[in-house]
Design a protein around this ligand. Structure first.
Ligand code: ZN
Length: 476
């Protein structure tokens, strides 16, 4: 995409919505399914005479995020008013952290590279404008919802790296249960800034900002568009204008925002109604203990403990609940490789077709493990296991019960198997004739016929051996 002589420099600002029950500075519910403007009060509307109070749960979640992202927590941080006038911001200012943020100097590691995090701070969200026809409506339910803003240093050098960073950040925030990070619902919003510089140069080029990216795909496409656009301009010897661009996913182009909307002439004042936020070391240590094994550590553990393939492990650890499910199944069925294969193919297949999360998956970990143990002990064939699995999805029966009912347990009754083979050969005299004249490729067909009749009740390998024996030794 870029010509070799330019280096891409990307920095990211992320807003993640914290999973709290109430808003940042008042007791209103964080609930968007409700009717517009039903979760509002004088505080989040900023009516005169009201006083905000800090939601401590939001502070706890933000601190947990900061620690998981390797940040240093500032023992004392403070709030500021960021003034701008916009219809979805009834107060005329937003409460945010400015000079003294909650945390600084963290990093996220992707493929061995550290993307540095400059700052992480708390702030409140604004409302939402709904444009319908000639009217513009405003819903203040989102006003005052707690957010964390995470700002990186310009350490990202390609659109792929940007997407990998976002994926890992989302994974970390969901692992620690701080945010749902649903981009479509606006729980996780990202605004990258992009500039190009000649390879080897220190100084940063003029940057542009991209807004309106509500999926990782849009991030990738938006960045690629902007990198190409800037490359063309610079190659022509022209200058980049510093501006904010809106990504249009339909036309796959980015257009400058109207200048009114991008005039970022914010005036910041210290928030007079909120005292500084002071966090004790005891509190910070307590929050640190809440952090579970993070994705990267978990991936490494699975690889070293079970010698699983890296790609398989990536899929298993993509979602914390899915990784927990894996760990649970392995408790009952120690064959980790078998469990991993089943989880990423069969279980994930069902999650995808039914569009459900692992928490809604109908088979509990111990019951699935029972099936896999049967498979591992060669009590059933893998074909039978799939038939049983299908049945388990829709019934409460245990796998053994289903196997017995359907007669799917592997039989070692070879006499019965020989009878079936004889029968099959009798039904296909012409094929048998071909085999005996030297056309050995028809063997597969005959084995297939027998397998179809035995329906997973005999081990395929044994069926193959016996069919061949019959044909070769003419056991009629
Ligand atoms: Zn309120």
């Amino acid at each position: 995409m870029t010509e070799d002589r330019y280096e891409v420099v990307i920095g990211m600002e992320i807003h993640a919505q914290l999973k709290t029950k109430s808003k940042m500075f008042c007791a209103c519910a964080v609930q968007f399914k409700d009717k517009p403007n039903s979760n509002v009060c004088p505080i989040c509307l900023g009516l005169p005479g009201t006083l905000p109070t800090v939601n401590f749960e939001a502070v706890r979640l933000a601190t947990r995020a900061a620690l998981a992202l390797n940040c240093q927590i500032n023992p004392k941080s403070s709030f500021a008013r960021k003034h701008y006038f916009y219809p979805d911001l009834p107060k005329g200012y937003q409460i945010t952290q400015y000079k003294e943020p909650l945390a600084v100097n963290g990093f996220v590691e992707i493929d061995g590279k550290k993307i540095r995090i400059k700052r992480l701070h708390l702030e409140e969200d604004s409302g939402k404008l709904i444009h319908s026809g000639k009217e513009s409506l405003v819903d203040f339910n989102r006003c005052g919802v707690p957010l964390i803003e995470i700002v990186t240093e310009p350490d990202i050098n390609s659109s792929e790296e940007a997407v990998r960073y976002l994926e890992e950040l989302k994974r970390i925030l969901t692992y620690i249960d701080v945010s749902d990070c649903d981009m479509e619902k606006g729980h996780f919003r990202c605004e990258p800034n992009i500039s190009l510089r000649k390879a080897g140069e220190e100084k940063l080029g003029t940057r542009t900002e991209l807004k309106n990216l509500n999926s990782l795909r849009n991030v990738r496409e938006g960045l690629e568009f902007e990198i190409a656009r800037q490359t063309t301009i610079l190659t022509r010897g022209e200058k980049i204008i510093q501006e904010t661009l809106l990504w249009d996913e339909k036309t796959k182009t980015a257009q400058p925002m109207r200048s009114k909307e991008e005039s970022e002439d914010y005036r910041y004042f210290p928030e007079p109604d909120l005292p500084p936020l002071v966090l004790s070391q005891t509190f910070i240590d307590e929050v640190r203990k809440e952090i579970p094994l993070l994705p990267q550590a978990r991936r490494q553990l699975l690889i070293s403990k079970y010698q699983l393939d890296k790609n398989l492990v990536e899929i298993i650890t993509e979602d914390k609940k899915f990784a927990d499910y894996f760990d649970d199944v392995v408790k009952y069925c120690s064959k980790a490789q078998l469990v991993a294969n089943w989880l990423v193919t069969e279980v994930r297949g069902i999650l995808n077709t039914r569009n459900i999360a692992i928490t809604e998956f109908p088979i509990s970990s111990d019951v699935l493990a029972e099936l896999l143990v049967m498979l591992d002990k060669q009590e059933i064939t893998s074909k039978a296991a799939k038939i049983i699995f299908e049945e388990m999805l829709n019934s409460k029966k245990r796998p053994r019960e289903i196997a017995e009912e359907k007669g799917l347990l592997i039989s070692f009754d070879e006499e019965r198997l020989m009878t079936i083979i004889k029968e099959t050969l009798k039904e296909n005299p012409d094929v048998v004739e071909k085999y005996r004249k030297g056309k050995t490729t028809v063997l597969g067909f005959l084995i297939g016929e027998v397998l179809r009749k035995v329906q997973g009740r005999f081990l395929p390998q044994r069926v193959g051996e016996l069919v061949k024996k019959f044909l070769d030794e003419d056991l009629r």
